[in-house]
Write a protein that binds this ligand. Structure first.
Ligand code: PEP
Length: 259
């Protein structure tokens, strides 16, 4: 059965509990009484508000935006995978370009976080992507290969297929510049080839791959199913819950047509 994902990354937005309540009331109103068979929406609010994101409508799950690779201890300001799991978090975004840029996260650090998420039964959504400079120098493939090989180094097949990869070209995040369907498809093909070499074709076929970067519902097909992607990671548009629910509907419809 064809399955899609919409991941909404709320980032460091929504500044009070009251605003969260408002956001949730729209999300619930838009999604209630609908049944989603082919799409899951993962909403990832700031840590502080995670506990408000319980009792979500069918088809919607709760995600976090980061975690620390240790279970507990003297790690001021960090958040434990166990804390997240105990708060019903099912998914966690890892290695977002903003965490790499502002938090100095390296592929090696992110690899440790992926393993921690898997160990504690959450699904890691791992961001990769080339910079504008790398793209101009035609080094996209090399940059992505380096990231994938480090992030998945030493993983078993069963660990690898638990990971969701989000291809987010850095030049498309927050810019309103979007790659063509052909460019995204090329990355899809590259990732499938890399995963086949590292694991096998079956495992490569099971690894979910999303596109992220300036996604809007008006061109959802061009950046997702037309490019053989399994869904999207959405930044700014996720601040509009009705847009996320609209995307769920579009994926549900697209999956229905494929049957
Ligand atoms: C992101 O930050 O992951 C993202 C995709 O943002 P935007 O949709 O705003 O480009």
């Amino acid at each position: 059965m064809r399955k899609f994902y919409v991941v909404g990354n709320l980032k460091m937005n929504i500044l009070s509990r009251e605003e969260v309540t408002q956001y949730l009331s729209v999300l619930k109103r838009e999604a209630e009484n609908k049944h989603y068979q082919h799409v899951t929406l993962v909403v990832c609010p700031p840590f502080l508000y995670l506990s408000q994101f319980d009792d979500l409508p069918q088809g919607i799950a709760k995600g976090a935006q980061n975690l620390f690779s240790e279970k507990s201890g003297a790690y001021t300001g960090e958040i434990s995978p166990v804390m997240l799991k105990n708060d019903n978090v099912e998914y966690v975004i890892l290695g977002h370009s903003e965490r790499r840029r502002y938090g100095g996260e390296t592929n090696e650090m992110i690899r440790g976080k992926i393993l921690a998420a898997i160990k504690h039964h959450m699904t890691p959504i791992v961001c990769i992507g080339e910079t504008e400079k790398e793209r101009r120098a035609e080094e996209t493939d090399r940059a992505l290969e380096l990231q994938i090989k480090t992030l998945f180094s030493g993983f078993s097949k069963s660990q690898a297929e638990r990971v969701i990869v989000a291809y987010e070209p850095l030049w498309a995040v927050g810019t309103d510049v979007v790659p063509t369907t052909g460019e995204i498809l090329q990355v899809r093909v590259l990732l499938r080839k890399l995963f086949t070499e590292m694991f096998d074709a079956e495992t490569a076929g099971r690894i979910v791959i999303l596109y992220g970067g300036s996604v809007k519902s008006s061109f959802l097909g061009a950046v997702s199913w037309e490019a053989e992607m399994d869904g999207v990671l959405v930044g700014r548009e996720s601040l509009f819950p009705y847009e996320l629910v609209k995307m769920m509907g579009l994926f549900e419809e697209a999956a229905g047509k494929e049957l």
